[in-house]
Write a protein that binds this ligand. Structure first.
Ligand code: FE2
Length: 242
């Protein structure tokens, strides 16, 4: 509580011109938003926070075998036609790839990446444990020229600060889920997120939005120290390069 005295809330304007690089808004393809109306509303709500670009990053995992690259690209093209001029943000397509038995198949067909150079691939593990083959899968992907970005590391129950340091030593990049800072995934994820943010360990920040929810109240309830706010600003600048 005493330390909170030195922290201040994020204010409207902080996200002006920002790029959200992790979202589940492409409708009807995973556990995210299911219909075009809600997807359009979610994009509008992100724009009200200040976002100008949004990357749609549906789940690729064995639970969604129909989510091949070709199918998701076709769904994205259809969605662009469906939303037409109704969206105030620039849209692009990426993916969030689970490190499971499907990962190497998806690697073979080519990942949907986050960046113009076609190298950054958003990866995740389950929250409880990582596949023992995960390090090898990432190594194989790196041999093919991909640069792994680990989604929401603060949310993995099995990972400690030492784990995160090992990941950085392996040259994995790390992506913060913004709402972790507000405690949306529990106190442990929140304290890990704050520690990683303060240490400058993260590289990118995303919303990981799954619903057409107005996030303004929760975002503007986040209190950060000057150092934490500077770090978050740095991540938003990194996002703009994508
Ligand atoms: Fe996600």
């Amino acid at each position: 509580m005493f330390l909170d005295f030195f922290k201040s809330r994020l204010r409207p304007g902080f996200f002006d011109g920002a790029c959200d690089m992790h979202s589940h808004i492409l409708p009807g393809v995973d556990d995210g938003i299911q219909d075009v109306g809600r997807a359009t509303r979610a994009l509008l709500l992100l724009n009200r926070i200040g976002y100008k670009k949004v990357k749609l990053t549906p789940h690729f995992m064995k639970d969604y075998p129909e989510n091949t690259r070709a199918n998701i690209e076709a769904r994205f093209q259809a969605f662009l036609t469906e939303v037409g001029d109704e969206t105030p943000v620039e849209l692009s397509l990426g993916g969030e790839y689970m490190l499971d038995s499907c990962f190497m198949d998806r690697c073979e067909e080519g990942f949907l990446t986050l960046d113009k150079n076609n190298t950054l691939v958003l990866c995740e593990t389950s929250y409880m444990s990582a596949d023992p083959q995960a390090p090898n899968m990432l190594y194989q992907a790196m041999l093919k020229g991909y640069q792994p970005v680990i989604a929401h590391p603060e949310r993995y129950n099995y990972a400690s600060m030492a784990t995160y340091r090992r990941w950085k030593e392996k040259d994995y990049l790390l992506q913060l889920n913004l709402l972790s800072l507000a405690g949306a995934y529990g106190e442990t994820a929140k304290s890990k997120a704050r520690a990683l943010l303060k240490e400058g360990t993260y590289d990118y920040v995303g919303s990981d939005l799954h619903r057409d929810k107005d996030l303004r109240d929760i975002i503007y309830s986040i209190r950060l120290s000057n150092k934490e706010r500077d770090q978050l600003q740095r991540l938003l600048e990194n996002n703009k390069e994508l």
